[in-house]
Design a protein around this ligand. Structure first.
Ligand code: ADP
Ligand code: ZN
Length: 605
């Protein structure tokens, strides 16, 4: 057996490599460089951890996620690897202890914050020990155009200059082809072997629905499909984070807020509780989540429209890292589009920058309004061709389409008339009032009950008209401008008005929450395995509390499910379950076997 496979089995308790892991690991063991693009949950960590264990010396891991280094080190210690970190949270004494261990060759892995490399003493320290490899985690942080740019990443090219013989591996879960080129260039990895995995996350069910009462819709999702599950809820503003978290707590869902306006200690404490306690819901701005390793996040919900498909994919990717079923759910409405356009209009930066933001938003809108498979569209965005997936809302409940040319013409011609004839421009609400023939004060004040399109849209409801507006925006047949969300025509509008272009729209989806597949952590277990699974979860909660580590570091849900279903009766049988390596077998084997035996008596008696 190869040394890599032997470590995979004995240390990590897994029976086979996933995807390209074996090739990547071999490249590193042989001393080559690698650039690895793998989706979240794909198994990037093993790609540098195993070579670090096989090669002589210490694997040095550069990671921007200081707050998570302790957990990463704990996870490695839990499987018997020797790991430590150096960052600004440590005292001098602790730091000296770690440095001495590194120099003495007593560490398999050393985690470093990128800013430490600015300090000359860090380079001197690295010279005194033996470096097995450099791993650059979250490598997209080097991209100046990306949303996670860290200036300290730019100087990581020194690694290559100062230690030219040490193999390097850069890893990221988020990169379009352009970002990938930028990473390779800036990190001087243009000669490295590139490993690009499929970006698909088949276990995540993608769903996007129209926003009506978003908080109620969210509550229904949690209560019907994810009771007791851990999840993340993303909001755009701090205020909406606070509001949503309060709402969930009032309704009996354990939820915590996380945003940049909170005191850093509160933030850290909330993050800790989310990682350590079972079934917590984190309500957060996008400031939350990068590098969160928690594998059992069962749903990611967006209450506001994300700014780009790339961001959306990264955020939803935090669901279901353990490969078990998970839900990515987004509610979006017309107001989101108006608000985001306004933010772009008001943003600092030049025209090119605003065009770039607009292009990102348009791609996101197109995803929301598509009548095709969501996953196909997502993957296409990352340059990957695929077939309809069978696990997104449009595949599961194909939307009906209808010919919306006439309503589109009614709306567009109203806009054109008001603008051409009277030089007036309005937002969606007022235009819909005109079409519905509602004599609001504003309508009568402007005399809009006298124009020819007044009341000609009564065949659709207010809600349906909003759907029409959203879809015309997504198709580029309408644009929104300025602070008040004014609707204006585009270059393509004329073709619709002249009847040259047909407009196909999707019907507003019927309620379907009941039909949706269950993706709870316990939901897919056979009935008879449930009591043991719950007993194992309770045991795990106790152990993780005693040791002060997150529950998933003790065992992941997938491992507990494996035990609950196969009911191992001996240490040897227990050892064959995925996620049970030698160290954990020795440490927890007896307790687990006793739980299995105990629950057998209950269900048998
Ligand atoms: P990433 O960093 O790519 O998001 P991780 O390295 O955190 O992913 O791995 C995700 C999950 O998959 C972890 O729980 C990890 O232990 C598990 N895993 C990784 N490789 C394997 C494998 N070969 N077999 C079984 N489980 C694996
Ligand atoms: Zn699909």
């Amino acid at each position: 057996m190869s040394p890599a496979l032997s470590i995979l089995e004995k240390t990590f308790g897994y029976s086979s490599f996933r995807g390209q892991q074996a090739e990547i690991i071999q490249t590193m063991i042989d001393g080559g460089d690698a650039l690895v693009l793998m989706p979240t949950g794909g198994g990037k960590s093993l790609c540098y951890q195993i070579p670090a264990l096989v090669r002589e010396g210490t694997g040095v891991v550069i990671s921007p996620l200081i707050a998570l280094m302790q957990d990463q080190v704990d996870a490695l210690s839990a499987v018997g690897a020797r790991a430590a970190f150096l960052n600004s949270t440590q005292g001098a004494e602790e730091r000296q202890r770690v440095e001495a261990a590194f120099v003495a060759g007593e560490l398999d892995l050393l985690y470093l914050a990128p800013e430490r490399l600015r300090v000359a003493s860090t380079a001197d320290l690295l010279d005194r020990g033996t470096i097995a490899l450099f791993a650059i985690d979250e490598a997209h942080c080097v991209s100046q155009w990306g949303h996670d740019f860290r200036p300290d990443y730019l100087q990581l090219s020194v690694l290559h200059e100062r230690w030219p013989t040490v193999p390097r591996i850069a890893l990221t879960a988020t990169a379009t082809a352009a970002t990938r080129r930028e990473i390779a260039q800036r990190l001087q990895l243009t000669d490295a072997k590139q490993f690009v995995s499929s970006f698909d996350r088949p276990n995540i069910q993608y769903r996007i629905e129209a926003k009506q009462q978003p908080l109620q819709q969210l509550l229904t999702l949690i209560r019907t499909e994810h009771p007791g599950d851990a999840g993340i809820v993303y909001c755009l503003s701090r205020a909406s984070v606070e509001k949503a978290a309060e709402f969930l707590v009032e309704n009996g869902i354990p939820a915590l807020p996380y945003h940049a306006g909170l005191d850093s200690r509160v933030r850290a404490a909330n993050q800790n509780r989310f990682l350590r306690e079972d079934g917590m819901v984190m309500v957060a701005t996008i400031a939350f989540g990068m590098g969160i390793d928690k594998p059992d996040v069962r749903f990611v919900a967006h209450l506001d429209l994300p700014k780009s498909v790339e961001g959306y994919y990264q955020e939803t990717g935090r669901a279901g890292r353990d490969g078990l079923p998970a839900t990515a759910w987004l509610a979006y409405g017309l107001q989101d589009v108006v608000q985001q356009r306004r933010m772009i209009d008001q943003s600092e930066g030049d025209l090119a920058h605003r065009r770039n933001l607009t292009a990102h938003l348009d791609a996101m809108l197109a995803l929301c309004e598509t009548i095709e498979c969501r996953r196909m569209q997502l993957l296409a965005y990352f340059g990957q061709v695929s077939e309809p997936c069978g696990n997104c809302d449009t595949c599961l409940f194909p939307p009906e389409t209808w010919d919306g040319t006439v309503p589109a013409q009614k709306l567009l011609s109203t806009i054109v008339r008001l603008q051409r004839e009277r030089g007036q421009r309005f937002g969606a609400g007022h235009l819909i009032d005109i079409l519905l023939g509602k004599a609001t004060p504003r309508v009568t004040q402007h005399g809009h009950d006298a124009i020819s399109t007044w009341g000609i849209g009564q065949d659709l409801s207010d809600q349906e008209w909003r759907g029409v507006v959203r879809q015309l925006l997504a198709q580029g047949l309408l644009a929104v401008e300025g602070e008040y969300g004014i609707l204006v025509i585009t270059d393509s509008t004329a073709s619709v008005l002249s009847g040259q272009r047909k407009v196909m729209l999707r019907r507003e989806a019927p309620k379907r929450s009941k039909a949706a597949k269950k993706a709870t952590s316990a939901g897919l277990l056979p009935e008879h395995a449930l009591p043991l699974f719950e007993a194992l979860r309770a045991w795990r909660a106790e152990v993780s509390r005693d040791q002060g580590v997150p529950a998933y570091i003790v065992f992941g849900d997938a491992t507990l499910r494996g035990i609950a279903v196969t009911r191992p009766a001996s240490t040897a049988e227990l050892g064959t379950i995925s996620g049970v390596g030698e160290k954990k077998l020795e440490q927890y084997g007896d307790a687990l076997l006793a739980l299995v035996a105990g629950s057998a008596m209950v269900s048998g008696g």
